[in-house]
Design a protein around this ligand. Structure first.
Ligand code: 6PG
Length: 249
Protein backbone atom coordinates (compact mmCIF):
# COMPACT_ATOMS: atom_id res chain seq x y z
CA UNK A 1 0.00 0.00 0.00
CA UNK A 2 1.57 3.30 -1.01
CA UNK A 3 0.31 6.47 0.68
CA UNK A 4 1.42 9.73 -0.83
CA UNK A 5 2.29 12.07 2.00
CA UNK A 6 1.99 15.80 2.10
CA UNK A 7 5.47 16.62 3.45
CA UNK A 8 7.91 17.24 0.62
CA UNK A 9 8.38 14.19 -1.52
CA UNK A 10 8.12 11.59 1.19
CA UNK A 11 6.71 8.30 -0.02
CA UNK A 12 5.32 5.86 2.51
CA UNK A 13 5.07 2.15 1.86
CA UNK A 14 3.39 -0.19 4.30
CA UNK A 15 4.67 -3.76 4.23
CA UNK A 16 2.93 -6.60 6.08
CA UNK A 17 5.72 -7.55 8.43
CA UNK A 18 9.48 -7.23 8.84
CA UNK A 19 10.05 -9.96 6.23
CA UNK A 20 8.12 -7.98 3.62
CA UNK A 21 9.95 -4.80 4.56
CA UNK A 22 13.36 -6.49 4.39
CA UNK A 23 12.43 -8.07 1.06
CA UNK A 24 11.44 -4.74 -0.47
CA UNK A 25 14.63 -3.03 0.69
CA UNK A 26 16.88 -5.93 -0.33
CA UNK A 27 15.46 -5.86 -3.87
CA UNK A 28 15.93 -2.07 -4.02
CA UNK A 29 19.48 -2.42 -2.67
CA UNK A 30 20.33 -4.87 -5.49
CA UNK A 31 18.71 -2.65 -8.13
CA UNK A 32 20.47 0.49 -6.94
CA UNK A 33 23.82 -1.29 -6.48
CA UNK A 34 23.77 -2.67 -10.02
CA UNK A 35 22.66 0.68 -11.50
CA UNK A 36 25.19 2.73 -9.52
CA UNK A 37 28.07 0.33 -10.20
CA UNK A 38 27.23 0.43 -13.90
CA UNK A 39 26.87 4.21 -14.10
CA UNK A 40 29.46 5.38 -11.54
CA UNK A 41 31.68 2.43 -10.82
CA UNK A 42 30.72 2.60 -7.16
CA UNK A 43 27.76 2.27 -4.78
CA UNK A 44 28.21 4.12 -1.49
CA UNK A 45 25.80 3.16 1.27
CA UNK A 46 25.32 4.54 4.79
CA UNK A 47 24.06 1.65 6.91
CA UNK A 48 21.61 2.00 9.77
CA UNK A 49 22.28 0.50 13.17
CA UNK A 50 19.80 -0.81 15.69
CA UNK A 51 17.85 -4.06 15.45
CA UNK A 52 15.37 -3.39 12.63
CA UNK A 53 17.83 -3.61 9.73
CA UNK A 54 19.35 -6.88 10.95
CA UNK A 55 16.72 -8.79 8.93
CA UNK A 56 17.67 -6.82 5.83
CA UNK A 57 21.37 -7.49 6.25
CA UNK A 58 20.72 -11.19 6.85
CA UNK A 59 18.57 -11.34 3.70
CA UNK A 60 21.23 -9.59 1.63
CA UNK A 61 23.67 -12.24 2.86
CA UNK A 62 21.59 -15.10 1.39
CA UNK A 63 22.71 -16.56 -1.96
CA UNK A 64 19.53 -15.32 -3.67
CA UNK A 65 20.54 -11.71 -3.04
CA UNK A 66 24.29 -11.59 -2.41
CA UNK A 67 25.05 -13.15 -5.79
CA UNK A 68 23.32 -10.21 -7.50
CA UNK A 69 25.34 -7.52 -5.72
CA UNK A 70 28.62 -6.25 -7.26
CA UNK A 71 30.34 -6.19 -3.84
CA UNK A 72 33.69 -5.08 -5.28
CA UNK A 73 32.04 -1.76 -6.22
CA UNK A 74 30.01 -1.46 -3.01
CA UNK A 75 31.34 0.75 -0.21
CA UNK A 76 29.69 0.33 3.18
CA UNK A 77 29.69 3.20 5.65
CA UNK A 78 27.76 3.61 8.90
CA UNK A 79 25.19 6.32 9.61
CA UNK A 80 26.07 6.15 13.25
CA UNK A 81 27.92 4.08 15.82
CA UNK A 82 27.93 3.58 19.54
CA UNK A 83 31.21 4.59 21.19
CA UNK A 84 32.21 1.05 22.04
CA UNK A 85 34.78 -1.40 20.62
CA UNK A 86 33.86 -3.20 17.37
CA UNK A 87 33.34 -6.51 19.15
CA UNK A 88 31.03 -5.01 21.80
CA UNK A 89 27.43 -6.28 21.92
CA UNK A 90 26.20 -2.71 21.34
CA UNK A 91 28.38 -2.14 18.27
CA UNK A 92 26.52 -1.44 15.02
CA UNK A 93 29.61 -2.64 13.18
CA UNK A 94 29.49 -5.97 15.02
CA UNK A 95 25.79 -6.37 14.14
CA UNK A 96 26.53 -5.84 10.42
CA UNK A 97 29.62 -8.06 10.57
CA UNK A 98 27.61 -10.93 12.06
CA UNK A 99 24.57 -10.52 9.79
CA UNK A 100 26.28 -9.63 6.51
CA UNK A 101 30.03 -9.03 6.32
CA UNK A 102 30.94 -12.51 7.58
CA UNK A 103 28.86 -14.04 4.76
CA UNK A 104 29.89 -12.05 1.69
CA UNK A 105 33.04 -11.45 -0.33
CA UNK A 106 33.65 -7.71 -0.05
CA UNK A 107 37.12 -6.12 -0.22
CA UNK A 108 38.15 -5.05 3.31
CA UNK A 109 38.94 -1.57 1.99
CA UNK A 110 35.28 -1.21 1.01
CA UNK A 111 34.13 -1.46 4.64
CA UNK A 112 34.42 1.94 6.31
CA UNK A 113 33.89 1.40 10.03
CA UNK A 114 33.44 4.24 12.50
CA UNK A 115 36.07 3.80 15.22
CA UNK A 116 33.76 3.49 18.21
CA UNK A 117 36.69 2.44 20.35
CA UNK A 118 38.43 5.80 19.99
CA UNK A 119 37.86 9.07 21.84
CA UNK A 120 34.60 10.31 20.24
CA UNK A 121 35.85 13.61 18.90
CA UNK A 122 38.92 11.98 17.38
CA UNK A 123 36.80 9.22 15.85
CA UNK A 124 34.39 11.79 14.39
CA UNK A 125 37.23 13.83 12.90
CA UNK A 126 38.85 10.74 11.42
CA UNK A 127 35.58 9.57 9.86
CA UNK A 128 34.97 13.02 8.45
CA UNK A 129 38.42 12.89 6.83
CA UNK A 130 37.65 9.45 5.44
CA UNK A 131 34.40 10.70 3.90
CA UNK A 132 36.13 13.73 2.36
CA UNK A 133 38.81 11.50 0.92
CA UNK A 134 36.45 8.89 -0.47
CA UNK A 135 34.00 11.38 -1.99
CA UNK A 136 36.81 13.75 -3.11
CA UNK A 137 34.92 16.72 -1.69
CA UNK A 138 36.04 20.28 -1.00
CA UNK A 139 35.17 22.22 2.17
CA UNK A 140 31.51 23.19 2.28
CA UNK A 141 30.51 20.37 -0.05
CA UNK A 142 28.63 17.35 1.30
CA UNK A 143 29.13 13.71 0.30
CA UNK A 144 26.34 12.22 -1.79
CA UNK A 145 25.61 8.72 -0.60
CA UNK A 146 23.88 6.62 -3.25
CA UNK A 147 21.77 5.04 -0.50
CA UNK A 148 21.13 6.01 3.12
CA UNK A 149 19.40 3.52 5.40
CA UNK A 150 17.87 4.93 8.57
CA UNK A 151 15.87 3.70 11.54
CA UNK A 152 13.46 5.52 13.82
CA UNK A 153 13.58 5.64 17.60
CA UNK A 154 10.43 5.93 19.70
CA UNK A 155 11.46 9.49 20.54
CA UNK A 156 11.79 10.36 16.88
CA UNK A 157 15.58 10.10 16.71
CA UNK A 158 17.35 8.75 13.67
CA UNK A 159 20.95 7.70 13.27
CA UNK A 160 22.26 9.16 16.54
CA UNK A 161 20.52 12.50 16.10
CA UNK A 162 18.39 12.69 19.22
CA UNK A 163 15.82 15.35 20.15
CA UNK A 164 17.54 18.38 21.64
CA UNK A 165 20.97 17.32 20.45
CA UNK A 166 23.42 20.05 19.49
CA UNK A 167 24.35 17.89 16.50
CA UNK A 168 20.97 18.76 14.96
CA UNK A 169 22.15 22.32 14.44
CA UNK A 170 25.30 21.23 12.61
CA UNK A 171 25.44 22.79 9.16
CA UNK A 172 29.10 22.27 8.26
CA UNK A 173 30.58 19.15 9.80
CA UNK A 174 29.88 15.76 8.28
CA UNK A 175 30.24 13.70 11.44
CA UNK A 176 29.45 14.61 15.03
CA UNK A 177 30.41 13.09 18.38
CA UNK A 178 27.40 13.52 20.60
CA UNK A 179 26.66 12.75 24.23
CA UNK A 180 23.18 11.26 24.66
CA UNK A 181 22.10 12.07 28.24
CA UNK A 182 19.18 9.64 28.16
CA UNK A 183 21.55 6.80 27.37
CA UNK A 184 24.47 8.19 29.37
CA UNK A 185 26.59 7.35 26.34
CA UNK A 186 28.51 8.95 23.50
CA UNK A 187 27.57 8.27 19.92
CA UNK A 188 29.06 9.05 16.50
CA UNK A 189 26.62 10.19 13.83
CA UNK A 190 26.41 11.57 10.32
CA UNK A 191 24.90 15.03 10.44
CA UNK A 192 21.64 16.19 8.85
CA UNK A 193 23.30 17.87 5.85
CA UNK A 194 24.95 14.56 4.95
CA UNK A 195 21.71 12.59 5.32
CA UNK A 196 19.91 15.23 3.24
CA UNK A 197 22.41 14.89 0.42
CA UNK A 198 21.59 11.23 -0.05
CA UNK A 199 20.29 10.19 -3.46
CA UNK A 200 17.92 7.62 -1.95
CA UNK A 201 17.02 7.72 1.75
CA UNK A 202 15.05 4.79 3.14
CA UNK A 203 13.59 4.70 6.64
CA UNK A 204 13.02 1.17 7.95
CA UNK A 205 10.38 1.28 10.69
CA UNK A 206 8.94 -1.85 12.29
CA UNK A 207 6.90 -2.68 15.35
CA UNK A 208 3.90 -1.37 17.27
CA UNK A 209 6.28 0.48 19.61
CA UNK A 210 6.92 2.95 16.79
CA UNK A 211 3.24 3.56 15.95
CA UNK A 212 2.83 6.61 18.19
CA UNK A 213 5.85 8.49 16.89
CA UNK A 214 5.08 7.48 13.30
CA UNK A 215 1.58 8.86 13.70
CA UNK A 216 2.89 12.17 15.04
CA UNK A 217 5.50 12.51 12.32
CA UNK A 218 3.15 11.63 9.46
CA UNK A 219 0.57 14.05 10.87
CA UNK A 220 3.21 16.64 10.23
CA UNK A 221 1.86 19.17 12.68
CA UNK A 222 5.26 20.07 14.12
CA UNK A 223 7.74 17.83 12.35
CA UNK A 224 10.84 19.80 13.32
CA UNK A 225 10.63 18.49 16.90
CA UNK A 226 11.50 15.03 15.64
CA UNK A 227 14.99 14.64 14.18
CA UNK A 228 13.74 11.92 11.80
CA UNK A 229 11.23 14.36 10.34
CA UNK A 230 14.06 16.73 9.46
CA UNK A 231 15.47 14.22 7.01
CA UNK A 232 14.21 15.64 3.75
CA UNK A 233 16.71 15.07 0.92
CA UNK A 234 17.35 18.15 -1.17
CA UNK A 235 17.35 16.27 -4.47
CA UNK A 236 16.95 12.71 -3.35
CA UNK A 237 14.17 10.20 -2.99
CA UNK A 238 12.72 9.72 0.51
CA UNK A 239 10.80 6.55 1.32
CA UNK A 240 9.41 5.53 4.71
CA UNK A 241 8.98 1.74 4.78
CA UNK A 242 6.84 0.63 7.67
CA UNK A 243 5.32 -2.58 8.91
CA UNK A 244 1.55 -2.63 9.38
CA UNK A 245 1.85 -2.54 13.18
CA UNK A 246 4.04 0.57 12.97
CA UNK A 247 1.21 2.48 11.26
CA UNK A 248 -1.53 1.07 13.46
CA UNK A 249 -2.39 4.48 15.00
C1 6PG B 1 21.25 2.97 16.44
C2 6PG B 1 20.48 3.45 15.25
C3 6PG B 1 19.23 4.13 15.71
C4 6PG B 1 18.13 3.12 15.42
C5 6PG B 1 16.86 3.47 16.13
C6 6PG B 1 15.83 2.34 15.95
O1 6PG B 1 22.47 3.05 16.44
O2 6PG B 1 20.57 2.47 17.35
O3 6PG B 1 21.15 4.09 14.35
O4 6PG B 1 18.93 5.33 15.07
O5 6PG B 1 17.92 3.07 14.02
O6 6PG B 1 17.15 3.62 17.51
O7 6PG B 1 16.38 1.18 16.55
P1 6PG B 1 15.66 -0.25 16.41
O8 6PG B 1 15.75 -0.63 14.97
O9 6PG B 1 16.46 -1.16 17.30
O10 6PG B 1 14.24 -0.04 16.86
Amino acid sequence: MRLSCQMSKRETIVCGGIEGLAGWVAAEFVRLAQQSAREKGRFAVALSGGSTPRSLYALLATPAFKQQVPWSEVHLFWGDERCVPPDHAESNYRMVREALLSKIEIPPGNVHRMAGEKEPRIAAAEYEAELKSFFHIAPGVFPGFDLVLLGLGEDGHTASLFPGSDALAETERLVAATYVARLNAYRLTLTLPVLNHGAVVLFLVAGASKAAVVSEILRDDDPARFPAARVDPLNGRLVWLMTADAVSQ
